[in-house]
Design a protein around this ligand. Structure first.
Ligand code: IPE
Ligand code: MG
Length: 223
């Protein structure tokens, strides 16, 4: 969800206004995903690198997460959204940690849409975390394979993403699902996240539907 800051600046507004507008947009996109039959939506909301931003901005982002949980959780639950968290809760306030955990627990049996929140998430951090947990569990080198690594990622049990959308025109992966997106299709749009509405999502899905996914194989195997 990139481009909140530039969206705000282009309107002469503070960055926090961009984050608020981005949050409003997320609400629209969650609804659109439910309606379109998309089963899993993962949103990259706070990266391990985002700790390098100003304390003011970090606090602003944390307060948005807290407000979303306080004000929107009941509606998400009523709409059968299952909230998951990927990343680590270290560094969050005790209150916020508890709120995230309670929201995950409350919604764990919902099946309409899995909303996976990447918060204090980094792909490298996730792989390090997986390796540590394998070693701590006494994993022997010869039994470590891709399936075992996958089962120790934060996304354990979820399928790999089919489509990764990056808004605001940046052609970077930025440490997002670097293991899981090995064969994902990428879609980059110059639109800033707060303006990336359901119509743009449909365009992205339409573009995705025309891709030829080969997973390293060839298109015509008859030759
Ligand atoms: C994305 O918007 C939201 C978060 C990282 C939380 P940015 O804050 O990165 O917006 P730009 O890149 O400055 O426009
Ligand atoms: Mg950015």
């Amino acid at each position: 969800m990139d481009g909140n800051g530039r969206w705000a600046r282009s309107r002469g507004l503070p960055r926090q206004a961009g984050h608020r507008a981005g949050t409003e947009n997320l609400r629209r996109i969650i609804k659109a995903c439910s309606e379109m039959g998309i089963k899993i939506l993962t949103v990259y909301a706070f990266s391990t690198e985002n700790w390098g931003r100003s304390m003011k901005e970090i606090k602003g982002l944390m307060s948005i997460l807290e407000r979303v949980i306080d004000q929107e959780l009941d509606e998400l639950h009523a709409n059968e959204v299952q909230l998951r968290h990927i990343g680590v809760l270290d560094g969050l306030s005790e209150t916020l940690k508890e709120k995230v955990q309670a929201a995950v627990e409350l919604t764990k049996n919902n099946e309409r849409l899995i909303l996976c929140l990447a918060w204090n998430y980094g792909g490298r951090q996730e792989i390090v975390h997986a390796v540590r947990s394998i070693v701590a569990g006494g994993g022997r080198p010869e039994e470590i394979d891709e399936a075992m690594v996958e089962s120790h990622l934060f996304t354990a049990g979820l399928p790999d993403p089919d489509l990764v959308v990056r808004t605001s025109g940046e052609m970077r992966v930025s440490n997002f699902l670097i293991w899981q997106a090995a064969y994902a299709e990428y879609y980059v749009t110059p639109t800033y996240w707060p303006s990336f509405g359901p119509d743009e999502l449909e365009k992205a899905v339409e573009a995705y539907s025309k891709r030829d996914r080969r997973f390293g194989l060839v298109a015509d195997a008859s030759d």
